[in-house]
Structures are given as structure tokens and as C-alpha cells.
Design a protein around this ligand. Structure first.
Ligand SMILES: Cc1cc2nc3c(=O)[nH]c(=O)nc-3n(C[C@H](O)[C@H](O)[C@H](O)COP(=O)(O)O)c2cc1C
Length: 183
């Protein structure tokens, strides 16, 4: 299973990165070597709504020239995409949301005559400082997006009151195992 993990945390040694490390460990145990892309240090702007991708299928997917070019290629190659983000202000981080915005270029949403997102497995995992309900908006957004673009939503992991050491110590291993088994 070709698996892509998009990490929207700014912290390489933070809580979300620990969760990503755990997911990678579990995937590897199952014989899957995922590709992990850290989004925060990439130059990926939000959609500028030029409308070009909705009028024609563009060779490079998007008129904007930035690091999204690589993410498009990785995304199109993957069968399963896991988006990881800390919850900042009840939402995913701006870099994670910018990527979701830009995926719009992979579908002509008017008549769905082109939809490169269709059938892809998608999951969203997050860490947060407070309770799991803080991620409700972000999780619902990803589920709605999957529904609209005919992607196959495979679930979520939410780590409340997240502490990197807890995640790495195995406190959430059962939850993560269950998540990985459903991908
Ligand atoms: C700007 C900012 C906003 C945050 N907003 C929330 C929030 O709305 N709800 C919450 O539970 N935690 C919030 N937190 C806490 C983080 O979600 C939490 O510490 C997370 O595990 C950090 O992950 P990271 O180490 O990958 O950055 C916020 C943290 C920051 C820096």
C-alpha cells in the first residue's frame, strides 16, 4: 500500500511528529514504508482561486508555482494519505489547510468529469492540548471533503492533552494499532 503522510506540525520534535513516528513504526511493522512530507517548511500558499483548474485539467495541476508541485506528485502516487496536524485554534494548521485547498485542482467539481482524488484512502490524525472535542471541526472538515470528492475516509486518531513522551512511551499504541489496521 503506497502511503503518504503529510505532517502539518511546525515542530520536528513535537507531539504530532511523535504521533507520526509511531504511525510510521506501526506501518513498517506491517511491511509498509510510508513517505513522510513535512509541510511547515515548504513554500505552499493557499489557493488563489484563479479558476484555471476548474476550466481545464492543467498539466502541472495548478497555476501557482511552489512546493505544492511535489505534494501533488506524492499525493497522486499514493493510495493512502494520512494528514497529521496539531490543533491550533480548533483547526488544523495553516500549512495543512493550504494543502487541502490546493487539492481542489485535482477535481473539476462542477461535473466531476475529472477527479484524481476519487477512491483515495484518506485519514486525519491530530494532537491537541485539551480534549478531543477540540478537533471536531478539523475532523468534520476532512470527512466532508472526503465525502464530496468521493475519497475513502479511513478514520482518525486524536491525542488529547498531548505529551510527546506519552506518545512515544506507547500509551496510545492500542489506539494507533487499531487506526493503522483500518487504513
Ligand atoms: C497557536 C496554538 C493554538 C492552539 N490551539 C489549541 C486548541 O484550540 N485546542 C487545543 O486543544 N490545543 C491547542 N493548542 C495546543 C496544541 O494543539 C498541542 O500542544 C499540540 O499537541 C501541539 O502539537 P505540536 O507539538 O505538533 O505542535 C494550540 C497550540 C498553539 C501553539
Amino acid at each position: 500500500m503506497r502511503t503518504l503522510i503529510l505532517n502539518g506540525s511546525p515542530r520536528k520534535e513535537g507531539n504530532t511528529s511523535a504521533l507520526v513516528d509511531k504511525i510510521v513504526e506501526k506501518l513498517r511493522a506491517g511491511g509498509i514504508e510510508p513517505t513522510v512530507v513535512s509541510l511547515y517548511d515548504k513554500d505552499i500558499k493557499g489557493c488563489c482561486n484563479c479558476g484555471a483548474c476548474q476550466k481545464a485539467v492543467l498539466k502541472d495541476h495548478c497555476t501557482m508555482k511552489d512546493d505544492m508541485a511535489r505534494v501533488y506528485e506524492e499525493f497522486l502516487y499514493a493510495e493512502t494519505v494520512i494528514l497529521a496536524s496539531p490543533i491550533y485554534m480548533w483547526q488544523m494548521t495553516p500549512c495543512a489547510l493550504a494543502v487541502l485547498n490546493r487539492l481542489h485542482a485535482l477535481c473539476q467539481a462542477g461535473d466531476f468529469s475529472y477527479n484524481a482524488m476519487k477512491g483515495k484512502r484518506m485519514a486525519f490524525v491530530s494532537t491537541m492540548g485539551d480534549g478531543v472535542e477540540c478537533a471536531d471541526s478539523a475532523v468534520t472538515g476532512v470527512m466532508d471533503m472526503c465525502d464530496y470528492f468521493k475519497m475513502d475516509y479511513r478514520g482518525t486518531v486524536r491525542i488529547p492533552c498531548a505529551k510527546r513522551d506519552d506518545i512515544l512511551s506507547g500509551k496510545y499504541d492500542e489506539t494507533i494499532d487499531s487506526f493503522v489496521s483500518k487504513l
